[in-house]
Design a protein. Structure first.
Length: 369
């Protein structure tokens, strides 16, 4: 049994080059914005090489490109098998977080195992979560409700571990992706809204009655009533977008990076808008929409239900994360700390996005007869 393409020529001949070009364009844009937006941070705060963050970002982009090619090189059956194995390995890492995880600003979300750079296990889980849930939903069993029951054994432990960190943003993201997958699988619409109501009710309870999530409550209240304060980052981000105008202040003229910590991760859209203008942000949004459209267009010509679910789940993850990130930057949503796929600085986010992109390229390639 062959697990991968025989040679690079076969891979290149069958890959969807338009989708590949969109993915690479977004990654390269992220690299460029990293260069122009983080050099000042490194020189001022770290008193070191002004290209410190850019070099790290570049290394992760190279690693991400390699991972993207590897996952797009596999044969489909092997991709599904290896992804399920990798889900359970990543899940073991997530279990370790409450015990040996690194605490940053009151949250334990990262692991540092010594032989690996510091990483966020949930970022690795997300692509494989989609494949595992899609596989369970496509089991050869007539009882669809039994399949939903099985997927809950994947969802609930993951959510409980995220809640313990605490990480409400990723908790809601995973829940929404799960809801998108079961909706596409053909669930009864009343049952779907029941699931949606339960997820909303649990989120409400966690935010307002669990002390671990009191910081989310403060963010939400300050979002609804700016006079209460505590919304400094969001205010500075929206000010940066306003100050940038339509064409921006120019490269290196932005001040958001010096005012807001981690602006190049959680507020990259505001950083870009301040220096390059709203026009560039609009173009970036169009790139995401075109990417999603081209993938969904491919879904229409695929007969395999599992592949359809995986592709729709992957698109849902990218679009939901993009919507949340941009929504926070323009103060449409309260602060969540969500990165922007492809563009935000951060090793775990880049690797996760590269895996998802590799899976998308694998399942949208031309079939060899």
């Amino acid at each position: 049994m062959k697990y991968y393409f025989d040679n690079f020529y076969d891979w290149w001949k069958n890959i969807d080059k338009f989708i590949l070009s969109l993915i690479l364009s977004l990654f390269l844009l992220g690299l460029f914005f990293s260069l122009v937006s983080t050099s000042l941070i490194a020189s001022d705060k770290l008193n070191t090489n002004s290209y410190y963050f850019f070099i790290k970002h570049f290394i992760f982009i190279i690693l991400g490109a390699f991972i993207l090619v590897v996952f797009s090189f596999f044969k489909e059956d092997f991709l599904f098998k290896i992804s399920i194995i990798l889900f359970f390995i990543s899940f073991l890492f997530l279990i370790l977080v409450p015990f040996i995880g690194i605490e940053v600003k009151g949250s334990k979300r990262w692991l540092d195992l010594g032989f690996l750079p510091r990483f966020q296990p949930i970022e690795l889980i997300k692509p494989f979560f989609i494949i595992l849930v899609s596989t369970l939903l496509c089991l050869n069993k007539n009882n669809l409700y039994f399949k939903y029951f099985l997927t809950s054994f994947v969802l609930l432990p993951t959510l409980l571990l995220l809640i313990s960190q605490p990480d409400l943003g990723q908790t809601l993201l995973i829940s929404m992706v799960w809801l998108a997958l079961i909706f596409i699988s053909g669930i009864n619409i009343y049952l779907f809204f029941l699931f949606f109501f339960i997820v909303s009710l649990v989120a409400y309870y966690l935010i307002f009655f669990v002390s671990k999530f009191s910081y989310i409550k403060l963010r939400l209240l300050s979002f609804l009533d700016s006079s209460t304060g505590g919304n400094y980052q969001a205010e500075k981000a929206s000010d940066a977008i306003i100050n940038g105008g339509f064409f921006g202040k120019g490269i290196g003229e932005g001040t958001l990076n010096s005012k807001v910590p981690e602006a190049h991760t959680d507020y990259i859209v505001s950083v870009v808008s301040e220096e390059f203008g709203a026009i560039i942000v609009i173009i970036i949004i169009f790139l995401y929409l075109i990417l999603a459209y081209k993938i969904i267009q491919k879904v229409n010509f695929i007969n395999n239900e599992k592949i359809k679910l995986i592709l729709v789940g992957s698109v849902s993850l990218i679009l939901l994360q993009t919507f949340v990130h941009i929504g926070v930057n323009i103060r449409l949503l309260p602060t969540t700390g969500m990165t922007l796929p492809y563009l935000s600085y951060g090793g775990s986010s880049i690797i996760s996005t590269a895996i998802i992109s590799g899976i998308i390229l694998n399942l949208t390639k031309r079939k060899i007869v």
